[in-house]
Design a protein around this ligand. Sequence first.
Ligand code: G6P
Length: 612
Amino acid sequence: MCGIVGFVGREEAAPILLEGLRQMEYRGYDSAGIAVRSPEKGLQVKKSKGRLQALADLTHNGTDVSGCLGIGHTRWATHGEPNDINAHPHVSENGAIALVHNGIIENYLEIKEQLARQGVSFASDTDTEVVAQLLEFHYNECGSMLEAVGRVLRRIEGSYAFGIICSDYPNALIAARKDSPLILGYGENGNFIASDVTAIIKHTRDVAYMNDGEIAVLTENSIDVFDSEMTPLEKEHSFIEWDVTAAEKCGYPHFMFKEILEQPEAVRKTISPRIRDGRIVLDDISLTAEYAENISHIYMIACGSAFYAGSVAKYVWEQLLRRPVEVVLASEFRYSDPLVDENTLVIAISQSGETLDTMAALREAKRLGGRTLAVCNVVGSSIAREADDVLYTWAGPEIAVATSKGYSTQLAALDLIGLYLADLLGSVSREEYDEILTELQVLPEKMQQYLEHYEETQYYASLYFNHDSIFFIGRNLDFAMGLEGSLKLKEISYIHSEAYASGELKHGTISLIEPGTLVVALGTHGPLFDKAMSNVVEVKARGATVLAVTTEGFREKMEKTADAVIAVPETHRLLQPSLGIVPLQLFAYYVALQRGCDIDKPRNLAKSVTVE
Ligand code: G6P
């Protein structure tokens, strides 16, 4: 979704802003803009609907816009259609203040009406412009920009990350945040703000994460941070471990393809450091055996693919822990008056750590007294910082909107935590613990093994890419894995697709099967393989074309019935989805490729959903 970058320093700002916005394109956007201030030209604002290239063309790659202080924004429309006027930055009526904003101002209409009564006129339909106008109003009243920002923050409700510049302050950039991420970057030739570290990683890896309620004033040599009472704060610096190549395509046709291939390494990085001398060591989390004993209920809350990772983990944890685990969509959990008390463990799963619904659900769980544990990929993200504990997935930056390595590392992290808790509780035998742990450690190799021979998946995608509707069926862990396989396909290829628990076929779904319907039958879960076979026979009898995904051991049997078979290496039955999902990701990828879709930036979707 929306992206912010800002710079103040000893270099031209416009090229830095354009490059920063380019690095955030993956998040999804529909318009972009920059505002740059120079002593000679004053405040210059350029905005354009559509791709960033349009803005680059408009400004001749930034050369038309001079000055060493500026802010930039990619917008994903919420209030007002995507057009040049609604694009950010928004400028106050007298043209002196420019502002970029991520988030939503909930009481903007009320403020807009109040300002309109005082004669202020508005150019756009956005909630953001209202903040720019309100800022001018307070600035005129009090004469201090910082004070005016403070007054505005006390008046507005909602979520925000702001970058603000003002003609009267030629050397300062002001930033503020609440419920929307904002990072401060300490550079050699100046200082930065960004909503996403990828925007500034080329310039600095020395960053600090702003907290809710904080205001920062950046100059070329300093960054001063204040709390909401304007008391100065000392910020703790963090060092970004990964380098810029991690967020670049490096010759691959798409980020999604690169990220699918990076899965073995990402899973290895997530698992290996946490296994020592044949035991799982989770230094990062502080759950004790005593606490584990008292857990009466476990919730997993998440959105999108993270929810589907939780759906797999539910089966795994219930097997291992023998405790009830409920997976709830974060957007439902937050409004469902959930049954949470101090004996409830709530696992929030989020690659970005910024998904608004997951964040809100986490806060609700904390408010009710539950113990929270986040599984996140982005260090310092809001969800990671607010949860009682966090276990990071070390997937590195994920750029493609449709997740692959983010999901795989979530599965691996959840397997680790589940097995760790089962060990604390004594609910898993020593033999099974050792067996699962050994298999966890060789998962990356087995993933790699499949990835070296994925051509058959590519071939089947070329056979089946022109279906209008594709069904995924499976039982138990295969069903949970099918949910993600089906989501992948619809996200990037725009083919209608649904995943069903095979046992439900007879209760209605089978009426949708007609001659030629493509069914992706999942039969990787050993204990239920025979039942999976029966379901294949069932849909075949109604004329379906069946593409089956199974394990090497079952390939031969499956080939007797299905039209096409893809086989993955075998592992412990509870870990099998980590291998089974890979061909489903690649199938979606190649189908989308055949259909000429914009794989890394599918229509209408955003990487990090920071609005409700
Ligand atoms: C968006 C992304 C999905 C992701 C979901 C949850 O819909 O496109 O790939 O699974 O958000 O995101 P999170 O960052 O919380 O895992």
